[in-house]
Design a protein around this ligand. Structure first.
Ligand SMILES: [Zn+2]
Length: 432
């Protein structure tokens, strides 16, 4: 019912803007674009029973309706000419979402350039190519947690305006972190006043989220199991309260137990990595209805780098390899809300599905893994009315593959069809 009211409102607003346009130029009315998808198996809501032989009707950028059986345009009320996509032998599901990416990292253009040499401009090319890889892999929405300069903001806006095809982007600005060095981003702060200023600066630039570095990186002693949070309580609370004053949620990077627990208590919406979460953390997550974004795919890097690592780092890496997967499993078993996030940028862009493969490795069912990257991420982003499932009124973010991801999660490594906001970005079956 709520959805109907919202849709009604949206239609009323668009009708207003349409009438203004029509008055000035009567010939400038754009007809609806209809696309009909015939889905052999439709996993419309991961976690629920899939449906066979369904027709998904897409009107412009949204799903208009889902009906049983394979229907042609003439059998559908109000549908004029429609492009028909044959996915009768495929598994069709909502576009995947990755809640932890860095689109500005892991590219060749911005690398090695200083700010004076125009790094930001070059970084935009990195962002664009990383976003393309992400979309090609079936990830139609990302949360970018930690920007480098402002290139991701430009990409977000261009995708939103329909000027570029890409994954839908929700982005944090520069990471809010303790420090005073001029080489750090505008998120660097060192007391209550400067932390408040740092958060407001990100909001002023248009950040959708605030990312805060509650502990150090796992490679440093201040990022390990028993290291305390590097923010003092009043500074951390200031970050969260300042963001909340603009209704902006906070994502906290935290490895050590103290940082994880302090962050949840202070009111963050999600904890990233959470490598050394304990029983208390799990209870806090549940009590505060906060989310856990595990970034387990980083384990692949640790395993890869272990052999060549120095003797000082080996025990640290062993700790992360032994504990992180185990503690994600414990959080899952305890009933913590897990939203999938891979840390792409640290791990390769386009390999985002490795995160879900890890979830199955540590004991999630395939359906639970798919749910973490769709329904749970929509909830994390507070976009349940627009994203996460295939149903009337939501954005037409739709992907398909040839084998069932419910039987073999590795099917996600071979995405055959991608639609983002009604635009077909990939279709390997085009010529069949
Ligand atoms: Zn990260």
């Amino acid at each position: 019912m709520r959805m109907r009211v919202l849709l009604g409102l949206a239609l009323a607003f668009s009708a207003l803007s349409w009438s203004a346009t029509a008055a000035s130029d009567e010939t400038n009315i754009v007809p609806d674009v209809w696309t009909i998808i015939h889905a052999g198996t439709l996993i419309d809501e991961p976690g629920e029973t899939p449906k066979k032989r369904q027709t998904v009707v897409v009107r412009n950028d949204r799903i208009d309706r889902v009906v049983s059986g394979y229907k042609s345009a003439s059998a559908l009320d109000g549908v004029a000419d429609a492009r028909v996509i044959n996915l009768k032998s495929s598994y069709v599901m909502p576009g995947l979402m990755d809640a932890h990416v860095h689109l500005g990292l892991g590219g060749d253009f911005g690398k090695g350039r200083s700010a004076e040499k125009g790094r930001d401009t070059y970084r935009l090319l990195d962002v664009q190519s990383n976003a393309a890889k992400t979309l090609d892999a079936g990830f139609t929405t990302v949360r970018n947690v930690g920007s480098y300069e402002w290139a991701v903001f430009a990409m977000r806006d261009a995708v939103k305006a329909g000027e570029m095809v890409g994954p839908r982007i929700y982005t944090a600005g520069h990471t809010v972190e303790i420090g005073t060095f001029s080489s750090m981003g505008s998120g660097a702060c060192f007391d209550v006043t400067s932390c408040r200023k740092a958060v407001r600066r990100q909001i002023d630039m248009g950040a959708d989220w605030i990312k805060v570095y509650v502990t150090c990186s796992g490679s440093k002693p201040c990022g390990r199991e028993f290291a305390p949070a590097v923010f003092l309580q009043d500074e951390l609370q200031t970050v969260i309260d300042t963001a909340a004053s603009f209704q902006i949620p906070v994502a906290a990077h935290a490895h050590g137990t103290d940082g994880i627990n302090k962050a949840i208590r202070a009111g963050v919406r999600s904890v990233e990595h959470g490598s050394y979460n304990n029983e208390e953390s799990r209870q806090l997550w549940i009590d505060r209805e906060a989310f856990y974004v595990p970034t387990l795919a980083v384990q692949d890097n640790i395993i890869r780098d272990y052999e060549t690592a120095g003797d000082d780092m080996k025990p640290v890496m062993e700790g992360f390899m032994a504990e992180h997967p185990k503690r994600v499993a414990a959080a899952h078993e305890a009933g913590v809300q897990i939203a999938a996030g891979s840390d792409a940028g640290v791990v390769p862009h386009g390999d985002n599905a490795n995160e879900l493969i890890w979830y199955v490795k540590i004991g999630m069912t395939e359906a639970e893994a798919l749910r973490s990257a769709t329904v749970m991420n929509a909830k994390l982003l507070q976009k349940e009315d627009d994203l996460g499932t295939i149903e009337a009124g939501k954005y037409a973010d739709i992907i398909a593959m040839d084998t069932s991801p419910l039987e073999d999660i590795e099917a996600l490594k071979d995405i055959a069809f991608v639609m983002a906001a009604g635009q077909i970005a990939k279709n390997d079956h085009e010529r069949e």
